[in-house]
Every structure is written in structure tokens, then in C-alpha cells.
Design a protein around this ligand. Structure first.
Ligand code: ADP
Ligand code: MG
Length: 238
């Protein structure tokens, strides 16, 4: 397991600075939610942790290792995206197994890991189906399963539930919380939805316009907002 540390992290796209020297310590084993309005830089921060974007300045650490120069596949992370990105022609089993085959894990180990993830995510009866034969919620579970089988030290989620309807979203939040309790792995979860942040997080990271405005427990963020922005965004009294 591992925590994540951002030190003076800057991101510049085409001469425009979109992340302004942010600092954050995300503790090992916690459910961290990064929340803020659309365009404030949440995905960019997550992608820099994943290694899908380079940092322009500063340091990203996963555990006690500086990972600035480490490729995504060699970071101890797994990322779940909003648009599932499943392989349509592959079965659920093969969608989950694909990354492990690339890692050249043994057949028995792959089956063991997929079966275990499928049980946790209630997908055991669907392993032979293709993605188009699944509901939206089941597809999102397969995307989570693909991350789970890799046994990463840190899970990264970018708005994974925003394509689901309200009822399913609620149900998946409950399941995700259970999964976190069970695994105890660090999870960093990006959303623009304040309710989602308040219900899921051990620690909330509030972002605005390329800055981290505040990091705190849901209770601290709600009762002691560090700025007018935080108070307004989370909806607590000024
Ligand atoms: P959020 O996830 O909070 O909605 P993003 O991290 O996607 O925000 O974007 C933050 C800012 O960076 C936005 O102004 C966006 O237009 C810009 N941006 C994101 N990705 C790129 C890119 N690949 N090239 C140029 N600008 C980008
Ligand atoms: Mg985003």
C-alpha cells in the first residue's frame, strides 16, 4: 500500500499554466476525493499521479518513491475512467484478464485473480458475456474489476459513476465504500459532485482554478471552510 504526495506540482499546457504549484499529502489507506467545478484541473492532477501527463515542475511521490520519470505501467496504480473503455469483442473474463496477460502472469494466477474480483463485484455469473450484453452498472463494475485484478497500491478514479442514473450511482457509491473498507487500499477519486465527495471521502481535496483550496475531513470542510469558495461550493454557511 502507498500514500501519494504532491510537492509544488505545476502543469503547463501550451504556455498556459493550468495547475499552480499545488501541494498535498494523501495518506496511505484513505479514500481521498478531489472535488471542484468543471475545468478546475482535477483530471490533470489525477493524470499526473497516474503518469498519463508529465509534471511541468515539482514532484509526485507514490509511497516513498519519486515517480516523475516512471512510466504509468511501472507505477503501482490502476485507473478507472468515466467511459469504461472496455474491449467490445472480448468477454468480461478476458476484459479483466487482459492487463494480467500482458504482465505475463501464469494462467492459474490470472484465473484466481479474476474470479476473486468477480466475486467482490458480483460479476461471477457474467464472465462469459460481452460488454454489450451488460447493463451500465455491470459495465462499470467490469472496468473496476480490471483495476482490481492488478492489485495496485493506489486506485485512481476519474468520475467513474457520472454516466449512471441516480439510483445506480447511489448503489455503486455504497459498494465502492464497502470495497475500500475491505481492501484498505488508497483510493483517489475525482468528481464535480459535492454530495458524492461528502458521502465517500475520508479526506476531501477542494480544487478551484488550478489550486488546492483546502484538504480536510468532510466535517472540517463543511464546518470550517478555508475560503469563501469552499463555503459556497460545499454549501455550508459562511
Ligand atoms: P477538470 O477535470 O477539473 O474538469 P481538467 O483537468 O480536465 O479539469 O482541465 C483543467 C484545465 O486544463 C482546463 O482549462 C482544460 O481546458 C485544460 N486542459 C486539460 N487537458 C488539456 C490538454 N491536453 N491540452 C490543453 N489544455 C488542457
Ligand atoms: Mg475531469
Amino acid at each position: 500500500m502507498a500514500g501519494v504526495i504532491l510537492e509544488n506540482v505545476v502543469k503547463v499546457f501550451d504556455k498556459t499554466e493550468v495547475i499552480h504549484r499545488v501541494n498535498g499529502v494523501f495518506e496511505d489507506g484513505q479514500f481521498i476525493v478531489i472535488v471542484g467545478p468543471s475545468g478546475c484541473g482535477k483530471s490533470t492532477v489525477l493524470r499526473m499521479i497516474a503518469g498519463l501527463e508529465e509534471v511541468s515542475e515539482g514532484t509526485v511521490m507514490i509511497g516513498d518513491r519519486v515517480v516523475n520519470e516512471v512510466e504509468p505501467k511501472d507505477r503501482e496504480i490502476a485507473m478507472v475512467f468515466q467511459n469504461y473503455a472496455l474491449y467490445p469483442h472480448m468477454t468480461v473474463f478476458n476484459n479483466m484478464a487482459y492487463g494480467l496477460k500482458l504482465q505475463k502472469l501464469g494462467k492459474d494466477e490470472i484465473k484466481k485473480r479474476v474470479d476473486e474480483a468477480a466475486r467482490l463485484l458480483q460479476l461471477s455469473d457474467f464472465l462469459k458475456r460481452k460488454p454489450r450484453q451488460l447493463s451500465g452498472g455491470q459495465r462499470q463494475r467490469v472496468a473496476m474489476g480490471r483495476a482490481l485484478v492488478r492489485k495496485p497500491a493506489v486506485f485512481l478514479f476519474d468520475e467513474p459513476l457520472s454516466n449512471l442514473d441516480a439510483k445506480l450511482r447511489h448503489q455503486m457509491r455504497v459498494e465502492l465504500k464497502k470495497l475500500h473498507k475491505r481492501l484498505g487500499t488508497t483510493m483517489i477519486y475525482v468528481t464535480h459532485d459535492q454530495v458524492e465527495a461528502m458521502t465517500l471521502a475520508d479526506r476531501i481535496v477542494v480544487m478551484n482554478d488550478g489550486n488546492i483550496e483546502q484538504i480536510g475531513t468532510p466535517d472540517e470542510i463543511y464546518h470550517n471552510p478555508a475560503s469563501k469558495f469552499v463555503a459556497g461550493f460545499i454549501g455550508s454557511p459562511p
